[in-house]
Ligand binder design. Structure first.
Ligand code: SAT
Ligand code: MN
Length: 674
């Protein structure tokens, strides 16, 4: 291969006949497979690609080779190497506005904000089409009980997936489009905890979003050149061939496929432009691939927020918390305490990378640099800081728009908007009124906002060393059974509570439309990069790191409701706990427990607040503490049965021994309840 000019890349390698045979360009979305020759479709293979922005000289030889290989496969019109500058982004935004991909939100309440409306079929992550590709199935998925359907992890062999991707999906997938080369860093550039990647994509929406969600552009390229860092994660993304090539949101939902190759540090994602499917630094890299790297390198890559909390005496601690998608991580990460004198600051709202340092402190960073949060329900009441932050430099996806160019979503509670006066168009282009039977904003509509503009971003959020984590919270949406908060008895019991997490499904994935209580260990079920049993073992092993100061582990549930059976017929049960800012009361108790204050008492499921230890002073209406903390024998007998059923069904061989022991101990404690 020869680079004969800076701006042009000549691919002089002979394209072999076998390669040609699978470069099949389809006029329909049907894949025909590898039998017909490209020439039968009158297709000329491009061997010369103009670099229309930036330069391939900016890349290290390894990265350059990757770009060349994928350009040959995807056959883009030209190549754009991203520098991450303001000017570059402005030009891309301009281009997207002209193409109809973005609409400017013109109301003067929003500054430099845009709205993207997706294809109706491309609105969430697609778990069924997301795979981990390793040599053996067992590397990626636990063996399930004979006859059961595997629920933890989706495996495909490397060879089959390579065939799917390199022969059926990506060949020619970028024809007529630009291939953007996005150099990015997860974590502060140069931090010992940071990792680097290149995403190649044909979606300018992905470029602008990655510019918010990651550190992206020239600073990363310069660091890679100067540091000699050779390892990078390869991320290939194409929205794919679709009949609607000219549509403002091209995608190929029938053929969407997302593949992870942990041992090649590679992700390939075809057919979807939506968030977690296309912003490959996020779930694909920072969770799935990173969890696998973390296992090999003895650290943790988790679906967790990180917050800093300061008490009225000025003492500060950091807490990490894992909840499934769309269960309020963002709201907790940006909490405005109602308790006087307390302060919460945000390090991250979705992903935490953590490692024990030489002093034994668990140090955590947020590998991202933006928030990709659920919009509906975000208001001055639920999350005032997010509400302010998302009014500038934000890309919204799938919210509604008023005729006056204002963004609108359910629960925004904007008194200035008179909904009887203004015309609202829903995310899917329908006239919407309060009486409509559909929602104005899609339930999984999102904001994508830079982290630094959050008023309460933690001063240490970009500290390359990370922040010291003293408590870990697990939780989910449970309307019954689980009390507001309890503490695990020790690390192993804590790992058990993480492994037995369950939550009501949400709209964050395409599969989440049926409401039911699902097992979601560590909130990582959709994001595990290797066998879940080994992942549990890794957590147990982390507890044995020499001189580790192990954080205490807690379980919280903001979502418990009144018992339906105790209500007059037909009445809907209400939440027992007000949530949001009032959750600071729970954080206060956790804070005190990390100082080993004597404010807990043991119960069959773990330690709960001593009578009077949870500060509920001034809460109106008064909280029904008895029901909020009730641990009922019949409920827990069923709960423990559910956990056993789950372990025996999904991890009969792979669940580590200590967790079987924890289960047995819990069963015994529950059985001996009066
Ligand atoms: O995966 S997304 O980035 O679309 C959001 C989520 O599920 O948390
Ligand atoms: Mn998430």
């Amino acid at each position: 291969m020869i680079f004969s000019s800076l701006r042009h890349l000549f691919l002089l390698e002979q394209v072999s006949a076998s390669r040609l045979s699978y470069l099949t360009h389809m006029a329909s979305t049907q894949f025909i497979g590898g039998r017909r020759r490209a020439s039968e479709y009158g297709l000329q293979l491009k061997r010369t690609f103009s670099v229309i922005h930036g330069s391939l000289d900016w890349l290290t030889p390894e990265a350059r080779e990757y770009v060349v290989e994928k350009a040959r496969l995807c056959q883009p019109e030209n190549i754009h190497v991203c520098d991450g500058s303001e000017a570059e982004n402005a030009a891309l935004v301009d281009q997207m506005v002209r193409a109809g991909t973005l609409k400017k939100i013109t109301s003067d309440k929003f500054e430099n904000c845009y709205l993207a409306l997706t294809d109706k079929r491309d609105i969430a992550r697609v778990e069924r089409k997301t795979y981990i590709c390793m040599e053996k199935e067992k590397d990626a998925c636990p063996t399930v009980r004979f006859g059961s359907k595997a629920f933890l992890g989706n495996w495909m062999s490397v060879e089959s997936m390579d065939f799917q991707m390199n022969r059926l999906r990506f060949p020619n997938s970028m024809a007529g489009r630009t291939m953007y080369v996005i150099p990015f860093s997860m974590g502060p550039v140069g931090s010992p905890l940071a990792k680097y990647g290149f995403e190649l994509t044909d979606s300018p929406y992905v470029v602008s979003s990655m510019r918010i969600m990651t550190r992206m552009g020239k600073s990363v390229l310069d660091y890679l050149q100067q540091s000699g860092e050779k390892q990078f994660i390869r991320c290939l993304h194409s929205v794919g061939r679709s009949l609607g090539m000219l549509s403002s949101w091209p995608c190929d939902p029938e053929n969407t496929l997302i593949a992870h190759f942990p041992h090649r540090n590679e992700v390939c994602s075809y057919g979807s432009g939506y968030g977690g499917n296309s912003l490959l630094g996020k779930k694909c890299f920072a969770l799935r691939l990173a969890s696998s790297l973390a296992q090999r390198e003895m650290w943790l890559a988790e679906h967790m927020l990180i917050l800093g909390i300061t008490n009225p005496e000025g003492k500060k601690k950091y807490i990490a918390a894992a909840f499934p998608s769309a269960c309020g991580k963002t709201n907790l990460a940006m909490l405005k305490p109602t308790l006087p004198g307390w302060k919460v600051e945000c390090v991250g709202d979705d992903i935490a990378w953590m490692r024990f340092d030489s002093e034994g402190n668990l140090r955590g960073i947020n590998p991202e640099s933006g928030f990709f949060g659920v919009v509906p329900g975000t208001s001055m009441k639920t999350n005032p800081y997010a509400m302010k932050a998302i009014h500038k430099n934000t890309i919204f996806t799938n919210v509604a728009m008023t005729k006056d160019g204002d963004a609108y979503w359910e629960g925004m509670e904007d008194e200035d908007l008179d909904l009887d006066e203004v015309e609202v168009t829903s995310w899917d282009h329908r006239r919407w009124t309060r009486e409509s039977e559909f929602t104005a904003a899609h339930k999984n509509s999102r904001f994508c906002s830079p982290a630094h503009q959050l008023e309460i971003i933690d001063p240490a959020w970009e500290d390359p060393k990370g922040v010291p984590i003293e408590a870990i919270l697990f939780g989910g949406r449970r309307e019954r059974v689980v009390p507001l908060v309890y503490e695990s008895n020790d690390w192993t019991h804590g790992v058990f509570t993480g492994a037995s997490m369950r939550s009501l499904t949400t709209a964050a994935s395409l599969e989440g439309t049926v409401r039911r209580v699902n097992h979601d260990p560590f909130a990582m079920r959709p994001f595990l990069g290797y066998n879940c049993g080994q992942y549990f073992q890794h957590w147990l092993d982390m507890g044995k790191v020499a001189n580790a100061k192990l954080p205490k582990i807690f379980y919280v549930n903001w979502f418990r409701k009144e018992e339906r059976s105790k209500l007059p017929g037909g009445q809907d049960p209400k939440f027992l706990w007000p949530g949001f800012g009032e959750n600071s009361r729970v954080l206060e108790w956790i804070f005190r427990r990390t100082d080993n204050e004597d404010v807990a008492i043991s119960s069959p499921i773990g330690l709960v607040p001593k009578y009077g230890a949870l500060n509920i002073e001034g809460l109106t209406p008064a909280v029904d503490m008895e029901n909020l903390f009730a641990i009922r024998k019949d409920d827990w007998v069923r709960e423990v049965q559910g956990i056993r059923e789950f372990f025996e069904d999904q991890l009969p061989e792979d669940l580590p021994g200590p967790l079987w022991t924890e289960l047995k101990k819990l069963e015994d404690r529950v059985a001996s309840m009066p």
